[in-house]
Write a protein that binds this ligand. Structure first.
Ligand SMILES: [Zn+2]
Length: 122
């Protein structure tokens, strides 16, 4: 269920973003935003590759707290361009992953909640 919500959010919401960004080229924009999902390829560098109780945020390289601010700053301040759209896609991706993590930690009885997230789930 959670996985389903996660991926339909990814696919549908980015369609909406693509449309709002530029309604004339929304199909092209959607493809670009779909391509930003490749950021999850950093999971392949992790060991184990898939772990159901793990939160991507703060764990994988492209999901780390050092990189995420750049996505948001770029999305907000870059001039209108393909890069801005890509960064919007990445920032949105981090947002959905973040919601996912909150959801996961909200349900976990015994798993360890990182400090950063316990602040949000209070
Ligand atoms: Zn992700």
């Amino acid at each position: 269920m959670q996985t389903l919500v996660h991926y339909s959010l990814h696919f549908l919401a980015i369609g909406l973003i693509a449309y709002l960004y530029d309604s004339k080229n929304w199909k092209r924009n959607w493809l670009i935003l779909l391509a930003t999902m490749a950021v999850d390829l950093d999971h392949l560098l992790a060991d184990p590759i898939f772990h159901p109780g793990r939160c991507s945020i703060g764990f994988h390289y492209l999901h780390s707290f050092y990189v995420i601010p750049f996505y948001f700053v770029g999305a907000a301040f870059l001039k209108r361009s393909i890069w801005k759209l890509i960064l919007i896609g990445l920032a949105f991706h981090m947002f959905t992953d973040f919601v996912d993590c909150l959801w996961m930690f909200g349900e976990c009885g015994e798993c360890e909640i990182p400090e950063f997230f316990s602040y949000f789930s209070r």
